[in-house]
Design a protein around this ligand. Structure first.
Ligand code: F6R
Length: 243
């Protein structure tokens, strides 16, 4: 595991975008595993900037997002589908048919999760997976549990995740209670993983994930077993981490 310390969020975002850009340049039809949330927004802004400067071409890039809220339609401005359009897809020349996100509008959870695993298999797996870190140690929406879920599945969001996501919704009762998410097994199959973390509020959970015991109670701790993980985190996020 490589740990790359940056001074702040902007530097984290630039460093992450450089790695993503190199991946696209090395393998123009690569499969990017994408995350939503606050953390990667700056990275996506950098990628858009590089595209606008003519430094990047997304025409062959394929993508697969980690997760989506169950029950939200794609045009809901809180859906992760909408987030990806707003923050990346509509600003670059990625082909819509090359982007993949679990479909939260599908009520049959088993069918939708099986479909998404098939999509990933047809893509031939993820070359580079971006991850953010939840305050409770989740990656994707794999919440603390007594086991590591393997494949894409439907998850009940924990109270802490519902509260963390509350800021994006008008009322607490509007925050979805369930999501479809790649499993830990799905995430661990990616060739390379880039974990992005920013801010002092994540310092303790980041230290636990990187140096604590590998346990499903801290889902991100499983990354200690992945052969190719790069952590890009700012000073504040690494403030509880030594070594
Ligand atoms: C998003 C995702 C989540 C977030 C995590 C951190 O697709 O899978 O695991 O990465 O909740 O969210 P932020 O970046 O908003 O702190």
């Amino acid at each position: 595991m490589r740990i790359y310390r940056t001074s702040d969020y902007q530097e984290m975002s630039r460093a992450a975008a450089r790695i993503l850009a190199a991946q696209i340049q090395l393998k123009p039809d690569c499969v990017l595993g994408l995350a939503t949330g606050s953390t990667p927004i700056g990275t996506y802004e950098e990628l858009v900037r590089m595209y606008q400067n003519g430094q990047l071409d997304f025409s062959e890039v394929r993508s697969a997002n980690l997760d989506e809220y169950r029950g939200l339609l794609r045009d809901n401005d809180q859906s992760y589908y909408y987030f990806m359009q707003q923050n990346l897809f509509r600003h670059v020349n990625i082909r819509p048919e090359n982007t993949n996100i679990p479909d939260g509008s599908q009520p049959d959870a088993d069918a939708e999760c099986a479909r998404y695993e098939d999509v990933l298999a047809h893509l031939g797996g993820v070359d580079l997976q971006i991850l953010g870190l939840g305050h409770n140690g989740h990656i994707g929406f794999n919440e603390p549990a007594d086991h590591f879920p393997k494949a894409t599945h439907c998850v009940d969001l924990t109270r802490s995740t519902i509260e963390a996501n509350r800021r994006f919704f008008e009322r607490e009762e509007d925050v979805p209670r369930q999501a479809y998410t790649m499993g830990i097994g799905t995430i661990m199959k990616a060739q390379k993983i880039l974990l992005l973390v920013s801010g002092a509020a994540k310092a303790d959970i980041l230290a636990a994930a990187l140096r604590g015991p590998v346990t499903p109670q801290v889902p991100a701790s499983i990354l200690q077993f992945h052969p190719d993980v790069t952590v890009i985190a700012d000073e504040a996020a690494l403030s509880a981490f030594s070594g």
